[in-house]
Design a protein around this ligand. Sequence first.
Ligand SMILES: *[C@@H]1O[C@H](CO)[C@@H](O)[C@H](O)[C@H]1NC(C)=O
Ligand SMILES: *[C@@H]1O[C@H](CO)[C@@H](O)[C@H](O)[C@H]1NC(C)=O
Ligand SMILES: *[C@@H]1O[C@H](CO)[C@@H](O)[C@H](O)[C@H]1NC(C)=O
Ligand SMILES: *[C@@H]1O[C@H](CO)[C@@H](O)[C@H](O)[C@H]1NC(C)=O
Ligand SMILES: *[C@@H]1O[C@H](CO)[C@@H](O)[C@H](O)[C@H]1NC(C)=O
Length: 550
Amino acid sequence: MITAVGFGLLSLVLGFGEGLEHNRVGGRAEPVVQASRYGSLWPLPQKVQISEVSLKLSTSSFRIVDAKDSSAGPSCSVLQNAYRRYYEYLFGGAKRQRQGQSKSRRAGPSELTELQVWITASDSECDGFPTVASNESYELSVGQPFAVLKAPNVWGALHGLETFSQLVYKDEYGAKSINSTAISDFPRFAHRGILLDSSRHFLPIKVILANLETMAMNKFNVFHWHIVDDPSFPYLSRTFPQLSKQGAYHPYTHVYTPADVKMVIEFARLRGIRVVPEFDTPGHTQSWGKGQTDLLTPCYSGSKPSGTFGPVNPILNTTYDFMKQFFSEISTVFPDAYVHLGGDEVDFTCWKSNPDIQKFMDQHGFGQDYSKLESFYIQKLLDIVTTTKKGYMIWQEVFDNGVKLKPDTLIHVWKGNQQQYQNEMANVTSSGYQTLLSTPWYLNRISYGQDWQGYYKADPQDFNGTEEQKKLVIGGEACLWGEYVDATNLTPRLWPRASAVAERLWSAKDVTDINDAFNRLSMHRCRMVERGIPAEPLFSSYCPHEYKGI
Ligand SMILES: *[C@@H]1O[C@H](CO)[C@@H](O)[C@H](O)[C@H]1NC(C)=O
Ligand SMILES: *[C@@H]1O[C@H](CO)[C@@H](O)[C@H](O)[C@H]1NC(C)=O
Ligand SMILES: *[C@@H]1O[C@H](CO)[C@@H](O)[C@H](O)[C@H]1NC(C)=O
Ligand SMILES: *[C@@H]1O[C@H](CO)[C@@H](O)[C@H](O)[C@H]1NC(C)=O
Ligand SMILES: *[C@@H]1O[C@H](CO)[C@@H](O)[C@H](O)[C@H]1NC(C)=O
């Protein structure tokens, strides 16, 4: 630990590849430690060769262009948009700084003039949405006189542009430089997600978009939008507008309109990110009950209704009529092939208190096993969602309770300690289901010190199982539940801690050197800060461009 800290402090002073001989920390001269041989790359690509040949990028002449043979033309908004974004990241600050300066540096012989982006598959996927099956690979070669970024489709190209931008650093005179480099890259896992909770606190669109922007800098590709829950229902449904009218914290200022949702989905698409909404039932639904009568189970106190409500009422046909209409809307609003159906933490107390429910239990021979009733509900819900042609993700309880699931169901593991979640991963995969891990990545749990190291060390494929079982692990998600989080603290609480998860899910399994990770992550964090993202520090240090506050 001490070593990691010492390494990090010093490498930070090296900035983006800038070399300094000495650093004074607390008045002591510290020996110079080498910066990572991978510069500030994060997450680390699968194959990287960075040479010592340094090329200059000139603000006035450098261009990002479509390669001659690229299958994506000038009408590809995903790429054109990304070119602008990355040009701004590369030179935006520099241009402003240069204003008023007398003369730009002469173009030398070792200048990089162009990045050519070459989409090789006949379908660039420019007009599509990323999917779990998207090929996100790319190859980047930086040499003279130009750099070439080759990818089968736009999603790989987006990752390659980010990587290219991470290779650029300032030389000792402050000139933008990049070393001659060869990179061949692809993700280890197909599903690399961030869960945000917009029910416990309403999250303004602006902070959601900033999160998507930061996800792209970390090569995350799934935004799991836990959009509604007990406390509030901010999703404005066209079919059931009463849900948000009654169930949101405020019917106009604290809702996501259809236009808002569309904007989030398109902003995400332009960054290669899928949006998977979660509509969690039958528990976690208090807010639904405010705008939809008879949806929730009336709880009883003795022989009389107590006036409070429990989970969704599973014994009424009207419940299923409602779900049919609701999820048919959801399936058209959200283009992703998956919807997350929740199914976690169902409290049986209210069901037990209700005489109608007890009668139903008797009729169906469920005895006193309320997980059978839960399964009855979930089973019907899954059939409904199947008719909307969506696949589904569910929290692990649904699997644990033995609900019959479609073979392509994704089981989301979130419970227990390390031993328990590893057992669960083994169980889920031995039953042949695909799975996602979140247990070690509940970033809403905060503690003093460098907790990112724990996230970094967790590996979703570390459990007892065959190679076949390991292949069923399609990735994981970092979760930021919203009890203590709103727009005031979301970004610094999430970043760069989630970046540790990003590298675990993208880079090769053997990328585990915590010192090297600290060095690169410190620089990556400073880069996020330079790009306007208030990512919190890892430890005592400074950035070349500090966050300037609000
Ligand atoms: C880039 O090239 C410079 C100049 O040769 C060298 O000092 C530096 O170590 C190189 N950077 C990396 C990450 O290899
Ligand atoms: C992705 O595309 C690259 C380049 O065409 C190819 O080599 C690779 O096998 C593909 N990866 C997958 C998982 O299909
Ligand atoms: C609910 O639906 C079932 C199956 O379609 C039907 O048998 C039953 O009569 C319905 N109950 C009511 C109260 O309509
Ligand atoms: C996994 O499955 C085994 C056998 O079915 C069972 O005994 C065990 O409790 C399960 N473990 C977990 C964590 O559910
Ligand atoms: C894996 O299985 C072996 C042999 O069955 C057992 O000794 C070991 O404790 C298991 N490890 C884990 C992490 O469950």
